[in-house]
Design a protein around this ligand. Structure first.
Ligand SMILES: *[C@@H]1O[C@H](CO)[C@@H](O)[C@H](O)[C@H]1NC(C)=O
Ligand SMILES: *[C@@H]1O[C@H](CO)[C@@H](O)[C@H](O)[C@H]1NC(C)=O
Ligand SMILES: *[C@@H]1O[C@H](CO)[C@@H](O)[C@H](O)[C@H]1NC(C)=O
Length: 377
């Protein structure tokens, strides 16, 4: 796919001391655009570079400098490649061809804001910024960056296509990748520690690969929640492989709200080669997701309309922190179809006590290989 604007945009983010301008194009050093207000300097450097062909680089000098950025949107389309280094949070919108890399750290300074984030329990709750947000971005790579103390999600990918996220395994607190309304997205070789889902896949998403991710603490790797808002599109073709999930509330999970009328489909999912370390719900489909009293009242009688089919769990091993290691709680209105459990070996953390599986509204499927706990399909 050729860029419409005669060049991709390369964004290089780094706090490391050394810098090599990739491609050898013109360099836009943010220090030369006014260092007193970091945000304005960044934007001015960006805008100038954005209008420049021949692989421009936006340069933020390293050597331990910190940059405090207000919410900042780097808007394309641009004419060429670009490179930037930042801390704080940035949103990229409408960019075709983007690389965010260079060993930098996004520090969202989230700790003070976290209590405000408790929506909808708090009436004064605020939608807080995501540290790195890609909206309507095509052909993007985020690699070798660290995100700590994000106010909200660490990385959000929305309305985008062709996104690769790869972080070093040892980055502390790299966290919370949320993907929705996007296709062809890969999240690989990342360490995610968070208070919520390590990776979550929302509506309208297809062709996603999550592999080599180490997750924990947090809520695990989730599809959903789905079925809460009208107009949600399907989730199709997700592969989660070669992951280790440790000390989390859930391992691999599909969650849909009760109620809803749109029969959104969740289909073609594979979870394989996953190690669980003391996870409370290692394998869980929860179609009665309803964490608030309000949803309990309004949709008590209505089962989820979301249709789950063709979901494979293969070679998932390790230790469950609860006895029910496999819970497949599907919707009365649209039972799960085409589930597969193969080579599942999940032992209870207390030796000598067996794990169990629970099924509700599972309309059949296939099982094979080792099955601990015994299958309920
Ligand atoms: C994606 O961007 C890279 C440069 O970052 C470029 O080499 C490649 O051709 C682009 N791929 C597509 C499919 O546009
Ligand atoms: C950016 O500009 C500052 C101030 O002129 C300079 O000290 C620094 O070395 C420059 N950095 C790069 C990577 O060009
Ligand atoms: C998982 O790891 C195996 C062995 O290293 C590899 O063959 C496979 O492609 C990986 N899967 C994914 C989805 O990356």
């Amino acid at each position: 796919m050729a860029s419409r604007f005669g060049g991709a945009l390369l964004l290089l983010l780094a706090m490391a001391a050394t810098w090599l301008a990739a491609g050898g194009g013109p360099v836009f050093n943010v220090t030369d655009f006014g260092a007193t207000d970091d945000s304005r300097a960044f934007l001015r450097a960006w805008m100038k570079a954005c209008a420049t062909p021949r692989r421009p680089a936006v340069v933020v000098p390293g050597g331990g400098s910190n940059y405090l950025l207000h919410p900042l949107v780097f808007r394309g389309p641009c004419r060429g490649y670009m490179e930037v280094r930042v801390a704080g949070w940035v949103h990229f919108s409408n960019v075709d061809g983007l690389l965010v890399t260079g060993g930098g750290t996004f520090d969202g300074r989230g700790a003070t804001a976290w209590p405000l984030n408790d929506c909808p329990k708090r009436r004064d709750c605020k939608l807080l910024p995501t540290s790195i947000k890609l909206g309507r971005v095509r052909n993007a790579t985020i690699t070798d960056v660290t995100s700590v103390d994000s106010k909200f999600f660490h990385v959000t990918v929305a309305g985008s296509r062709g996104v690769r996220i790869r972080a070093p395994r040892d980055s502390p607190n790299t966290d919370g990748v949320h993907i929705q309304g996007s296709s062809d997205v890969r999240v690989t070789d990342s360490a995610v520690a968070t208070g919520d889902d390590c990776v979550s896949v929302g509506p309208g998403t297809s062709d996603v690969v999550v592999s080599g991710v180490t997750c924990g603490p947090g809520h695990g790797i989730s599809v959903g929640s789905l079925g809460r808002y009208p107009g949600e599109e399907d989730v199709r073709r997700l592969r989660v492989a070669n992951c280790t999930i440790a000390g989390t509330a859930n391992g691999v999970r599909i969650k849909t709200w009760r109620g809803g009328s749109r029969p959104t489909a969740v289909a073609g999912l594979i979870f394989e080669d996953i190690v669980m370390v003391k996870v409370r719900n290692p394998i869980i489909i929860d179609q009665e997701y309803c964490p608030y009293a309000s949803c309990r009242r309004e949709s008590e009688q209505r089962p989820s309309a979301v249709r789950i089919s063709d979901v494979k769990f293969r070679n998932i091993r390790g230790v469950s922190a609860t006895q029910v290691a496999v819970k497949l709680s599907c919707s009365e209105a649209s039972p799960c179809r085409g589930l597969e459990l193969r080579d599942i070996d999940l032992r209870y953390v207390r030796r000598g006590v067996a794990t169990q599986s629970e099924c509700a509204h599972v309309a059949g499927g296939v099982v094979g290989g080792t099955l601990v706990p015994p299958s309920c399909i």
